[in-house]
Design a protein around this ligand. Structure first.
Ligand SMILES: C[S@@+](CC[C@H](N)C(=O)[O-])C[C@H]1O[C@@H](n2cnc3c(N)ncnc32)[C@H](O)[C@@H]1O
Length: 364
């Protein structure tokens, strides 16, 4: 039986997301576009087969997807909540929820007006919160499953356009992101140095990594020092490489931080000249404002500085798409360069990435 999914990507990478999903099913058909970066696809294979293929090798640009199991016409009236509740109570997929299972309801509203910080929209007489409350109560009553917003096993996804609600129930791991539409909002801390900190935090989450509390990290393109701050906070010794100044607030970390005031290329030359057997780093991170291909070549050159079990986390800045420029081709060429030295390369376009993607690379 064919299956329909609602997919979310960054609007700039929508066509890249569609193209890469076709790689999992050559008969995949694009469907309606609900909003920039939010579109349907129909797979010719059953939803569990398509999902299994996609999750075994997660795509770069599709941030979130769920199989659509029910569609409810909306009148933009409070009674819509009852109609959605009825559709949920009839979902065949409810049989996957037993009293021991944890679940969450994730609701999104897609309208014309701007979304407030709470996700509410003037176009709708109900909020995402009201939808969640109503539908969670139905699920608890019908199945005895337990609501767990932070770490659910199953997610009921609801996306409401002004015409229809699209509803699906799937395992959280099958949605490509634990967050509705892959929107991972993070709280700004007073000590935060740059918004770039969110990128590192999200990358660690998405690639399932935890910073060790001991070890040496090389931070390439470190200024003003947001990533450096997070690495130092974790307890690591950091060598920050950047021709630009670091935030003065980092001085409090004393000798745990070394600033090489120069380019990554210069740092590498100097390190290899100074010592034939340089001390290796446990982790190399990079966020350099530099062409993606150049970053990849440079990181290949840095191989002698990466510890045996070490890994690399780096952003790749991509140009805007134009008739002559295909950013995803530039990204895949850079990944091929990296794979010559680091066989494992995973790439994701994160919520906190703008015109860039983030890569995790390791030798095995
Ligand atoms: C987006 S900022 C990095 C932000 C940083 N990750 C943070 O958390 O604050 C990019 C940095 O790359 C640096 N950069 C550009 N070319 C470089 C190179 N060849 N070597 C080292 N750093 C470079 C720039 O000076 C700039 O500070």
């Amino acid at each position: 039986m064919p299956s329909t999914f609602l997919v979310t990507a960054a609007p700039e990478f929508e066509s890249a997301a569609l193209d890469e999903l076709k790689g999992y099913d050559i008969n995949l058909k694009p469907g309606q576009r609900l909003a920039p970066g939010l579109f349907f696809v129909s797979s010719s294979v059953p939803d569990f087969d398509f999902t299994a293929k996609v999750t075994s090798e997660p795509p770069t640009y599709a941030r979130h997807m769920f199989p659509v199991a029910a569609t409810v016409p909306l009148e933009l009236a409070p009674a819509d909540l009852d109609k959605m509740a009825e559709a949920v109570s009839k979902l065949f997929e409810l049989e996957k929820l037993t009293p021991g299972t944890s679940f969450a309801v994730q609701a999104r509203l897609i309208g014309d007006s701007d979304e407030g910080s709470d996700g509410n929209l003037k176009d709708f007489p109900y909020t995402p919160y009201a939808i969640k409350e109503k539908l969670a109560a139905v699920i608890v009553q019908k199945t005895g499953a337990t609501e767990n917003i932070k770490a659910p096993q199953m997610v009921l996804s609801v996306v409401c356009s002004k015409e229809r609600a699209y509803i699906g129930l799937s395992a959280a791991v099958d949605n490509l992101s634990d967050w509705a539409g892959g929107v991972r909002r993070m709280a700004k801390m007073p000590e935060q140095i740059s918004r770039a900190e969110f990128k590192l935090q999200e990358a660690l989450e998405v690639f399932g990594l935890e910073l060790p509390s001991k070890g040496r990290v090389l931070d390439l393109g470190a200024a003003p020092g947001g990533w450096t701050r997070l690495l130092l906070e974790a307890g690591l010794l950091v060598t920050a490489v950047d021709p630009a100044n670091l935030d003065t607030g980092l001085r409090k970390y004393g000798s745990r931080l070394t600033h090489f005031r120069g380019t990554a290329q210069r740092f590498l030359e100097k390190t290899l000249l100074d010592s034939k057997k340089p001390h290796r780093f446990d982790i190399i991170v990079g966020d350099m404002r530099m062409d993606a291909g150049q970053v990849a070549e440079l990181l290949v050159d840095f191989e002698p500085l990466l510890g045996e079990d070490g890994f690399i986390l780096t952003t790749l800045k991509l140009p805007m798409a134009s008739p002559k420029i295909q950013p995803e081709k530039i990204a895949s060429d850079a990944i091929q360069i990296l794979k010559t030295t680091y066989p494992i390369v995973q790439a994701r376009q994160l919520f906190h990435n703008r015109q860039e993607i983030t890569l995790y690379a390791t030798r095995e």
